[in-house]
Design a protein around this ligand. Structure first.
Ligand code: CDP
Ligand code: CDP
Length: 224
């Protein structure tokens, strides 16, 4: 019998975490959990409600009245906030730029991490984020820390934007990515850092298929 393992994937923005996590989950018949989408949904709601993004008490009150659901669909994972589909809205430039502020707040992390642990408790999950291997799933059987040069990650984001009909400036994208990484790495609570027992994967010169293949191979070894 194959084991229902937990796979944790962490790394900076644009490393390929969500793309790869989705493929790996699908191939193994596991559930994919995008924790970044949860921090984005909370940020979106806080912006909508004009809550100061450093006001821990207000954010906590808001979160206690909030439901976030991740639902698989043929077109990828959908994100529901208080019953409404916000999948596209949480990818806006405004949300992306502000999410590290909200993600630095202790109470926000405490509440979201509790949900994430609950979702993963039976295993058979691929979860991606910033603190999965170091905090959320400390006992995950397989931990990957995925990265790529900031140039490559900005190039990927530029292409993503082009496909969505959004024109963007390469240098500006690079700066924004570097700033978000810095904020995520320098926050006090659960900063972005490689777990000691994580496998480091530099995806700069690797295709999506090559990265997915490597992780699937590692996962199958752990499942035996
Ligand atoms: O997909 P992308 O790399 O742009 O980011 P994301 O995974 O959607 O995460 C957005 C932001 O949420 C990150 O920049 C972090 O500030 C925060 N985040 C976090 O703090 N912890 C996680 N486990 C996941 C995301
Ligand atoms: O989730 P994260 O922010 O780490 O990255 P992503 O959203 O999965 O990937 C960003 C973009 O890079 C997507 O358009 C992927 O198709 C692309 N990508 C790539 O070109 N080569 C890879 N090895 C991995 C991702």
């Amino acid at each position: 019998m194959k084991k229902n393992i937990q796979i944790a994937i962490d790394g900076p923005a644009g490393a390929g975490k969500s793309t790869i996590a989705k493929i790996v989950a699908e191939k193994l018949g596991f559930t994919y959990i995008d924790t970044g989408a949860m921090y984005r949904a909370v940020t979106y709601k806080a912006l909508q409600e004009n809550i100061e993004l450093n006001d821990e008490k207000k954010l906590e009150e808001m979160l206690l009245k909030t439901t976030i659901e991740l639902k698989p669909s043929p077109n990828g994972q959908l994100v529901f906030l208080d019953g409404k589909d916000v999948t596209m809205k949480i990818r806006s430039h405004e949300v992306t730029a502000n999410v590290p502020k909200v993600a630095a707040i202790g109470k926000v992390r405490e509440i979201l991490v509790a949900i994430q642990k609950q979702l993963a408790k039976d295993g058979a999950v691929v979860m991606d984020g910033r603190d999965i291997g170091t905090n959320v799933l400390k006992d995950a059987e397989l931990k990957i820390f995925m990265s790529a040069s900031v140039e490559e990650r900005a190039k990927r984001r530029l292409l993503d934007n082009e496909k969505r009909g959004i024109s963007s400036d390469f240098e500006k994208l690079k700066e924004e990515i570097a700033l978000r990484d810095k904020q995520d790495m320098e926050r006090e609570i659960s900063p972005l850092v490689q777990a000691e027992d994580a496998i480091y994967l530099d995806t700069t010169d690797l295709s999506i298929e090559e990265v997915a293949e490597k992780i699937l191979h590692l996962a199958k070894e752990k499942m035996e």
